[in-house]
Design a protein. Sequence first.
Length: 428
Amino acid sequence: MTSLNPFKAKTFERFGDHFVNQFKTVDLSSVQFVHSGVDTLKQLYGCNLRMEVLEQLEHHYQTFDSDLVHINGYDFLLSKGSKKTGYQFILKNLDAGFVVLMKSFYVEADQNGSHLKIEVTPQKLYQSTPEDLTQELKQLAYVFATNVVEKGVAAHLCTDMVGFEVPEDFEHRLQTSARRNFKVNGVSHADFSLSDVSVIYGSTETYTFGQSSAVQMCLYNKTEEARKGDKLHFWEPIWSSVMTGFDGDELKPAYVEGNTVRRLEFRFHHSVIEDFERFVQNENPNAQIRNYEQLQQHLSGLWRYALNNFRLMDDKGYVDPLWQALADDVVFFNSAADYIYKRQYKKPSSEVNHRHIAHTLGNYIKVCARRNYTAAFVTKKILEFDIEADLCSYFGLLQFGESEHLPSVLGAFVHQRMMQHRLNGVGR
């Protein structure tokens, strides 16, 4: 099979399941791909909240012991969110396949903003087409809000494999070109490399590389994970539906009960898909990747981008044949990539806007220092200014990238500035 080569490294010459270079031949006939698809979807909406729904949730949470709430024909389990999630309420209905996160901590309830995020379960994704699911998600969003606009989408792409054993030197052979510079307070920088953000659980059972706010790679034992989550009954029929040759006169399934299935998963944050949208707009200025329906045609290209970004190497400078097969053979929704995908990063805000933000923060913090307010109180008030995007830009955070870090970054900045004012006698 021929395809665009996404790798910035040498590849083997391929003859079916055999991969050949001048040094050796690798036979991958024992490895079978038994499922590829979107494992998780997170749809972000800008909107105006329905105040009657918000009031119902607040009243229910404060008044009733039960966490079961009924909203416009939908049943949900209600729980409180946290600053880490970014949303005040979490409404869960895994039977329907949805988790709704509602009311941003960083925008006033009566203001238009990114108040809704809807997460979709793997089972719902498997059973739905991108077109139907996109419409269903928007209908659900209108239960909670008006003026609903799709702002972005995050997705986890996966491939399940039978017959692949993780080599002992897997971590050593995995290469990535990704290094992220994270601007903290305008002066100091923190570098995040592969070694900084790699997590390994158990004995080669689960590998996680990368940041959740960018592109993250996971390799894990899906059989064990499905067994613990009581989901084997869902996945085993999917895996066993893939056939590999014949056993006598009968088709032989690639998966039989007892096989170990390993899943390779790439998780794309909203902000990363925004970068790809800007890249695609170089060819088509009207192109958008804001929902699942728009995303589907780009999934194969994003998959290949991630394979190169987290690249398993053989020796002598060659890409590992498994990675080559994953790039050649895995296609999402029968849509092959037309070109090699790249991220095109958002241009930073103008220096003039940054000066305005610096001026606003400086004056406000100085006034609060005179009144002997605490840094925590001042940080909370600044987050209520409804200038989250400007603050994220000022501190070097993408609005839908590392915005979850804004409270802590801003808090450290405010604490430092107020300490300086007090040491200079302000407020005395």
